[in-house]
Design a protein around this ligand. Structure first.
Ligand SMILES: [Zn+2]
Length: 553
């Protein structure tokens, strides 16, 4: 592209960017559909799509209560090789803007307001504000900048004749929530593959990148995985005055939480990259009101990030930790009980507890062995109720598991304390180009080429990482043992296959390498979210254009 053409492109990006930021698209709300009008107008205004109204469209998410759509557009050239440009059009809420909520989607006004409260901002945010090199606002970095760049380039490519290969643009909702958009995108890819004979060779996302070194940009050749194990502990009820007759589930769940929180054994390390260690997102007992008994159950879930573990391995690792915690607690209880007995001159006999840790599937199977079809019938009813509670917003997908696991316990005859491990949605597989054995040479050396190009063209250093750590939709671009993972999810994620599912077979079918190339952004999801102008208008589009044109030549 000539320099003149690039000035035009920057102007185009600017127009699209400000129009899109202005459109409020809070994730998991009715607001998300606001974007559809914009997209419709945009494609209508492009010669290429005017002549080919079947080359773009809105693709509904199946059974979505918010009736959201994916947006797609295809620029078709010669041959089957296809590059997918993906992005998400939802943004997180504006709670962090407090009194400035009205300006969150108007970068120019917001800038003036921020200048007035500049003293309250962090030093770095203040310096960036003063420098004039950044655009502030909700969704500026995450990720309407990336969409604007992709769209402007798509339009440019639609004006060229006879390009080699095809470019498929896909814009999805719900990325900041459960990635319903991207999970549906796999179905869309399947349909378009049949309709247009497309061979998907690479997915490019344009999420903003964060920097460790201030002067070095980052491109990612993969994305970290995320899995949410939940733990339910069934205790043994007793009056609070007779503690040694009971087993307090809160005590065991606390031990498990302490042994897993920030536990690096649950993190993955590859070369010099690590997945963030696990952290607990929720923790409660099963009581709804006060009484003088111990709670019967305790429930919580944690977020575990992965670089190479699958759900089967994560459940195994957590099972071991739970068993250790269980043994330690029994030992501690016996120790205290022994002291207690000797203080009151009573004969000490060890408490009856034994460690027992099972998966959700094992618990389900036990209930079935105990009560057969009567259990299945009741469980299916409970599952239906659970789905309704989620659909009507009374409970989240993560919280409803407590209800389901307790319904199974109604059919468990062995009432001794135990730990149950399951999985709560969402699940993001870890992906990386590292996992591909026979990568096309062009794609294999793409990061090196980008790094060289950016240095020559802008004197801008870049480095490659194998995993984008911010959780992204790239997680759904490849998987290896899809069948095994599906089995594990079916058995251990109660909602899997009903209101939450992942088209693992399609992901495996289209398994393709991926890359994230996005502008430099900071403080995503915060009041001071911002994107670097230089990247948005010049550098990132230039790099993206370089990648697309070198792969499709
Ligand atoms: Zn994002």
């Amino acid at each position: 592209m000539s320099d003149g053409k690039f000035v035009e492109l920057s102007k185009e990006i600017e127009d699209i960017f400000y129009s899109m930021v202005k459109i409020r698209t809070d994730t998991n709300t009715r607001w998300e559909k606001n974007i559809e009008y914009f997209y419709n107008n945009f494609f209508h205004s492009i010669e290429y799509f005017k002549k080919r109204s079947d080359y773009y469209g809105f693709y509904p998410i199946d059974k979505d209560p918010l009736e959201r759509n994916l947006v797609w557009a295809l620029v078709k050239g010669m041959g089957t090789d296809t590059i997918i440009l993906i992005n998400h059009y939802d943004v997180v809420d504006v709670e962090d803007y407090k009194t400035l909520k009205d300006y969150a989607f108007s970068p120019k006004e917001l800038e003036k307001e921020l200048i007035m409260i500049r003293k309250e901002l962090s030093k770095e945010a203040r310096e960036d504000l003063d420098s004039g090199q950044y655009i502030f606002g909700r969704g500026t970095a995450d990720m309407k900048a990336g969409i604007a760049i992709q769209l402007a380039l798509l339009k440019r490519y639609s004006e060229l004749n006879n390009i080699h290969g095809n470019i498929l643009f896909i814009s999805v909702p719900d990325e900041e929530n459960l990635s319903a958009g991207m999970r549906s995108a796999l179905e869309l890819l399947d349909e378009l593959n049949k309709r247009f004979d497309l061979k998907y060779i690479l997915t490019i996302n344009s999420e903003p990148h964060q920097r460790v070194k201030k002067d070095t940009g980052v491109i990612s050749e993969g994305s970290v995985g995320k899995i949410m194990p939940f733990i339910y502990v069934r205790g043994y009820l007793s009056h609070a005055g007779k503690v040694f007759e009971g087993f307090n589930p809160v005590s065991l769940l606390s031990r498990i939480a302490n042994k897993t929180e920030l536990n690096l054994e649950l993190s993955d390390f590859i070369e010099n990259e690590a997945s963030p260690p696990p952290t607990w997102l929720h923790f409660k007992d099963s009581k709804n009101h006060y009484d003088v008994s111990m709670p019967l159950g305790a429930y919580g879930y944690m977020s575990v990030h992965t670089l190479n573990k699958d759900p089967i391995r994560v459940i195994d690792d957590i099972k071991k930790i739970c068993t250790e915690a269980f043994l330690e607690l029994i030992e501690y209880m016996n120790m205290e009980y022994e002291k207690y007995c000797s203080n009151i001159d009573r004969t000490y006999r060890p408490l009856p507890w034994q460690p027992k840790v099972v998966t959700y599937k094992e618990l389900y199977d036990e209930a079935y062995v105990n009560h057969g079809d009567a259990f299945v019938h009741s469980y299916n009813q409970a599952l239906e109720e659970a789905q309704n509670k989620v659909a009507t917003g009374q409970k989240s997908m993560a919280d409803i598991n407590l209800y389901l696991v307790e319904r199974i316990f109604d059919f468990i005859d062995d009432l001794y304390p135990r730990v149950v491990i399951g999985l709560a949605p969402p699940y993001y597989p870890n992906v990386s180009n590292l996992n591909f054995e026979n990568l096309d040479t062009k794609i294999k050396k793409i990061s090196g080429d980008i790094i060289r190009y950016a240095m020559e063209k802008f004197h801008q250093p870049y480095e490659r990482e194998y995993f984008f750590t911010g959780i992204s939709d790239l997680s759904y671009t490849s998987i290896k043992n899809g069948d095994e993972v599906a089995q594990s999810l079916k058995g251990n994620m109660p909602l899997y296959g009903s209101i939450y599912s992942i088209p693992l077979d399609k992901i495996e079918k289209f398994s393709m390498p991926c890359i994230n190339i996005g502008p430099w952004g900071k403080d995503f999801h915060k009041l001071t979210e911002r994107v670097l102008k230089e990247d948005l208008f010049y550098r990132t589009p230039s790099i993206l254009n370089y990648v697309i044109s070198s792969l499709l030549s």
